[in-house]
Design a protein around this ligand. Structure first.
Ligand SMILES: Cc1cc2nc3c(=O)[nH]c(=O)nc-3n(C[C@H](O)[C@H](O)[C@H](O)COP(=O)(O)OP(=O)(O)OC[C@H]3O[C@@H](n4cnc5c(N)ncnc54)[C@H](O)[C@@H]3O)c2cc1C
Length: 390
């Protein structure tokens, strides 16, 4: 490891590895630091992504695909199941342990140095508060490493951005509290995602069953943090499991937060750039942040390398502009949609579901669903099927 790099990326999740990959590919010297011993582990994710999303970055590979998805079931509060075929935008449930590892390998193959068991605990700053590197604990040794730019890819609990003077607070009303188990010993349709809605099942969010092969699935839930004050996400999940799968073996349990907000207003300051969950780049409707974080990482990596090669760090601001043009505007629409959707009563959802379920499956186009929903609840459903997988 050198004492100085053009760019240090903190965190080897999908956003960080992608930022490191594109920064290195565009000519910068890059160090990618990950606090955990292994890239990709532990996994705190439902692991669902769209084929189109993945394809922008990596050729789909069976070694990190647990299931290939061609259908989605939307289940209303009173259990009306609406099946939507999605074969034109096929999706995957990943093995993120392997997927994340492959992304870090891509970063390394493009020239980035990847170091694990490397915990960044502060920034190095000049007298004006501008970042000039990081302080890290690497394999139990304190080190200081210099860089021109620091990319904060340290996830939802990001601290690097705050150290750089960026307000990364996510309002409590926009945080989803999530809990998930991986269950085994039960037969699942391995090509179908199930999404349950309703105030009794998952207030302010939804409950998901994402199959991992035929006998295993990630079953998880997101509820708004405000609702979780009264009853925790894990309690809602336990209720569901007890009712639906009382004999399931639970192989993993995780909990975590997802920022379902608009992207952070400030994404670059004092030569620190935010990407992924650290920048609130998650799709606010679905809570999916893998692909959107990778898009953020790619843009940040390219802009950072370009700014360094041009010797013009003012140019880093281009990142915010480019992200807004590519995804930010869309996330703002999704954010508004989420707020409209969250206000719909269970009874209205059921009435709409009753109308949609009468349509033959092949006629369940977004336009047809929108017409039905509009008939009952004018402000509802814009692009539900598309937005639930990134
Ligand atoms: C229960 C749950 C289910 C989800 N399901 C889905 C889903 O189905 N599909 C989807 O697209 N998204 C899903 N998400 C969201 C998705 O997991 C995140 O949006 C995505 O992982 C964000 O990627 P990232 O690279 O920004 O951050 P992360 O993947 O969180 O990676 C951040 C990395 O930074 C490292 N790090 C943190 N601090 C430091 C430090 N100080 N020094 C060094 N390293 C550090 C961490 O160890 C970690 O490896 C889910 C989230 C949760 C909680």
């Amino acid at each position: 490891m050198k004492k100085e790099y053009d760019i240090i990326v903190v965190g080897a999740g999908p956003a960080g590895s992608t930022a490191a990959r594109y920064a290195a590919k565009n000519g910068a010297s890059v160090l990618l630091l990950e606090k955990d011993r292994d890239v990709g582990y532990p996994v705190r994710c439902g692991e669902a992504v769209s084929h189109e999303g993945v394809l922008q970055f990596i050729e789909p590979d069976q070694k990190w695909i647990a299931s290939t998805i061609t259908k989605m079931n939307f289940i209303s509060p009173s259990n009306i199941k609406i099946t939507m075929p999605i074969d034109r935008n096929i999706g995957y449930v990943l093995e993120r342990r392997i997927f994340d590892y492959e992304l870090a390998k891509l970063a390394a193959n493009n020239g980035a140095e990847v170091v694990t068991k490397a915990y960044v605990y502060d920034l190095l700053k000049n007298e004006n508060g501008v970042a000039i590197g990081v302080k890290a604990l690497i394999k139990d040794e304190k080190v200081e490493i210099k860089s021109k730019v620091v990319i904060a890819a340290d996830g939802v609990e990001s601290r690097v951005g705050k150290w750089g003077g960026i307000d990364t607070t996510c309002h409590i009303r926009d945080m989803e509290s999530c809990a998930q188990v991986t269950v085994s010993g039960i037969n699942f349709d391995d090509d179908t995602l199930d999404l349950y809605f309703g105030k009794k099942t998952s207030p302010g969010g939804y409950l998901w069953i994402f199959p991992k092969g035929k006998n295993s699935a990630n079953i998880g839930i997101g509820v708004s943090v405000e609702e979780a004050k009264n009853k925790s996400a894990i309690s809602y999940l336990n209720d569901f499991l007890e009712k639906q799968f009382p004999n399931a073996s639970l192989l993993t349990r995780i909990a975590g937060g997802v920022p379902c907000a608009k992207p952070n207003k400030v994404m670059v300051k004092n030569n620190v750039m935010l990407v992924g969950d650290a920048a609130h780049q998650v799709n606010p409707v679905s809570g999916g942040g893998i692909i959107t974080g990778m898009i953020g990482g790619m843009i940040a990596g390219e802009v950072a390398a370009d700014s360094i090669l041009k010797n013009d760090l003012q140019n880093l601001k281009d990142y915010g502009v480019k992200f807004q043009k590519r995804l930010g505007w869309r996330h703002e629409i999704f954010y508004n949609f989420k707020n409209v959707f969250g206000g719909i009563k269970d009874e209205s959802m059921d009435t709409i579901a009753e109308a949609i379920v009468k349509l033959p499956i092949e006629d369940r186009t977004l336009a047809a669903i929108f017409r039905k929903a509009l008939w009952r609840e004018p402000s509802l459903i814009i692009d539900v099927a598309k937005v639930f997988i990134n």
